[in-house]
Structures are given as structure tokens and as C-alpha cells.
Design a protein around this ligand. Sequence first.
Ligand SMILES: NC(=O)c1ccc[n+]([C@@H]2O[C@H](COP(=O)([O-])OP(=O)(O)OC[C@H]3O[C@@H](n4cnc5c(N)ncnc54)[C@H](O)[C@@H]3O)[C@@H](O)[C@H]2O)c1
Length: 249
Amino acid sequence: MGKRLLNKVALISGGASGIGAAHARVFAEAGAKVLVCDVQAEMGRSVVDDINHKGGEAAFFRLDVASEENWKQAVAEAVKRFGGLTTLVNNAGVYQPAGLDTETVEGWNRIIAINQTGAWLGMKIAMPELLKSGNASILMMGSIYGIVGSPGSLAYHASKGALRVMSKSVAVQYARQGVRVNSVFPHLIKSGIVEALPPDVMKALEDAIPIGRGGVPEDIAYASLYLCSDEAQYVTGAEIVIDGGFTST
Ligand SMILES: NC(=O)c1ccc[n+]([C@@H]2O[C@H](COP(=O)([O-])OP(=O)(O)OC[C@H]3O[C@@H](n4cnc5c(N)ncnc54)[C@H](O)[C@@H]3O)[C@@H](O)[C@H]2O)c1
């Protein structure tokens, strides 16, 4: 892979596992300096060790995306360690099965705090540093559940639907100031959230996908690599659905 992210400094939330860890590895391989941020410190440090061992440049910072104070510290750490911030990957997210009737206020608030408010805080607090770079971008981790409905995870749908229009709004607000904002919309990617599904549920979900199987975290990271690179200079407010054709049926 060429150094398509040379001179970029990326903060990746939820970077300790699954899709976020794949972003950290792929971005580092493409030349970015990467701050892996997560609540899971041991796993995050192991991703960082692996990247550094392979000749990349990465560091870990413990970030709970629901905490404004943590976000301030994480952005300051990126600046201190790597001299600035050009790229924010708002990837951290949690899922829990609960429909309209079974969701609780506590469960609802937790999902919204992490998936939605966390992404807003990240954009708000990183923005001054992104603006300084003059050539920055934000990548929002949506989900096809932000586009279509399903019966059993209403708070998750609500949070991912919000991310979709938040991305476009911030893209429009900052379009003339050198900060692009784009989203990817995965479905059934074999990582933490999906690997916990019972085999029969997984099979039924895979059978419903035109390509006939789920994806892997790198399927998402390579799309984000393009969106966060200078190859995508004219791309903002855009969405890439990565779902094996699921939403095309
Ligand atoms: N796997 C899929 O099929 C799929 C589909 C659509 C969207 N997504 C989205 O992709 C993103 C990554 O999911 P994944 O499948 O890799 O799951 P994952 O569980 O492997 O990764 C999520 C990461 O987020 C971290 N995290 C959770 N709460 C956090 C918090 N408060 N602060 C900081 N980090 C926190 C976790 O520790 C974990 O490392 C999520 O936003 C998810 O909604 C995944």
C-alpha cells in the first residue's frame, strides 16, 4: 500500500477492537500517526504495540467518548505526541437488543450517550485542531441501521440515524474551512458486536445478504482510508454503504 495518509494524524475512537482496530492498522500502514482511543486499555495497547512493531507510529489513550473532559485530554494528547490532528474517526459504538416495548430509560440513555453524544463531543472538541490543519476530515461510523429499520434495537437505530444527518450538517458548516465529514454504513461485519451473535442468527443474517456472507473489518477501513485521504478532496457529506448489497434488495 502506498503512503496515502502521509502527514496525517488520526484519532480513532473505539480503536481497541474490531472495525476501529482495523482502521488503526490500515491507517498506520498508509503512513498516518495514530492515537488509538478506547475504554479497553489492554486491548488498545496491544493494537498499538503491533502497529509500532511493524514500523508504524501509534500510541494509546484511554478515552470514554461519553466524557467531555476525556475528549479534551485525548485531543491534547494527539497534539502533544504527534504535533496536531488532521483526522478524527468517530467509531466507538455499542449495541444492545431492545425494541420499543422492552427498552429502558437507562438503556436508551447509555446508547445515545456513547453512540450519538460521544460522536458530537468528538467533533466539537477536535474541531479547533482540525481547522488548524487546513486539510482535515472526520469519518463517522454509521450503520445501515441508521438508514433502514429492524424490530429489535430502537436506541441503536436512533443513534445511528442521528449520526447520518449530523455528518451532513457538520460537513456543510465546515465545507469552506478545510474540514470534510463523511460516513460509512457497515452491515454484518465480523467483529465484537457481530461475533457475539448465536450461529443460527448469524446464518439467517448472512442468508439475507446478496453476496451471501458477512464482511470483515478491513472492508470498512479501506473505504475510510479513501475518504480520509487527499484523494477525496471533493468528497464531503458523502455516504458509503458497505453491506454486501443488503440495502439494495
Ligand atoms: N460489526 C458490525 O457489523 C457493524 C455494523 C454497523 C455498524 N457498526 C459500528 O462499528 C463500530 C465498531 O463496532 P465493532 O463491530 O468493531 O464492535 P467492537 O465491539 O469490536 O468495537 C467497539 C469498540 O468501541 C469501544 N467502546 C465502547 N464504548 C466506548 C466508550 N464509551 N468510549 C470509548 N470506546 C468505547 C469498545 O471498547 C470497542 O473496542 C460501532 O460504532 C458499531 O456501531 C458495526
